[in-house]
Design a protein around this ligand. Structure first.
Ligand SMILES: [Zn+2]
Length: 261
């Protein structure tokens, strides 16, 4: 069993504010990297306990290097950097995908650090007139290769969104419950890691029951975002009044879904 894990930072246990995820020079971000490594190690551990032969981790958050190499689980390979396209190294040799540290789509009221692709430009994506967040988008990319997503970890809103898109067989691990975009109730990272480890182990037993996510093709898509990123303290009224750009495109496959050029 070969597993491909994509990580993000906003849904990692212990991460609550954008100060932890955006400012790569900040001390809070350095702490978030250590929290990320704990959740990754737990997922890899669970995969190996569930019988995985190969676990590949893609460091998927915005910065080119979020993982701390010396803290990477020795049982995993990992991919980081920039300029590697949508799904580097992903192919049909993988049996399942996992999303670790994910968040709900933009404008989810209880979605901790919710956004879609860009948290500063209010970016939103629709395919076949259904709004997608990053969980659905990543599931489409795995689905292009015929690979099901079998586990998603993040906040409770991300887990709910996962079930809406992928059904009830996929394992969801809620490590926090949002009150608002930057506040939530959490379990301690140590407890979260135990849940993630157990979730990953359980998920590998469900690979045969989880279906790859597929959509009818060709697929009409729509993208909308602010022309300029908003400063961190911008009010909703300022965001609503700012100029937006809108793009439409018909996609021939489920892989190149981010490119509206
Ligand atoms: Zn992110």
């Amino acid at each position: 069993m070969n597993v491909y894990i994509v990580t993000d930072l906003e849904g990692i246990s212990g991460v609550t504010t954008f100060a932890q995820t955006r400012d790569s020079d900040g001390e809070l971000y350095q702490g978030a990297r250590r929290l990320l490594m704990g959740d990754i190690a737990a997922a890899v551990d669970g995969c190996l306990a569930g019988g995985a032969a190969r676990v590949c981790v893609l460091d998927g958050h915005g910065h080119p290097l979020n993982v701390i190499p010396e803290l990477m689980h020795p049982g995993a390979e990992y991919i980081c950097g920039r300029g590697f396209g949508v799904a580097p190294g992903l192919d049909e040799s993988f049996d399942c995908g996992m999303l670790v540290g994910y968040h709900a789509m933009a404008h989810t009221p209880d979605g901790v650090l919710c956004h879609t692709q860009n948290s500063r430009t209010d970016a939103r994506y629709w395919y076949h007139d259904r709004e997608f967040g990053e969980i659905g988008q990543e599931a489409m990319i795995f689905g292009h290769f015929g690979i099901p997503v079998v586990m998603v970890t993040g906040d409770a809103a991300a887990c709910r969104e996962t079930r809406e898109f992928l059904g009830d067989e996929v394992v969801t691990v809620a490590v926090k419950h949002g009150f608002s975009r930057e506040s939530c109730r959490m379990v301690a990272p140590e407890r979260a890691r135990a849940m993630i480890r157990e979730g990953a182990r359980e998920a590998l037993s469900r690979v045969g029951r989880c279906r790859p996510f597929t959509v009818p093709l060709p697929m009409p898509g729509r993208f909308e975002a602010l022309v300029e990123p908003m400063p961190a303290g911008a009010t909703q009224a300022q965001i609503d009044a700012a100029p937006r750009r809108r793009l439409e495109k018909v996609f021939e496959d489920q892989l190149h879904i981010y490119s509206f050029a």
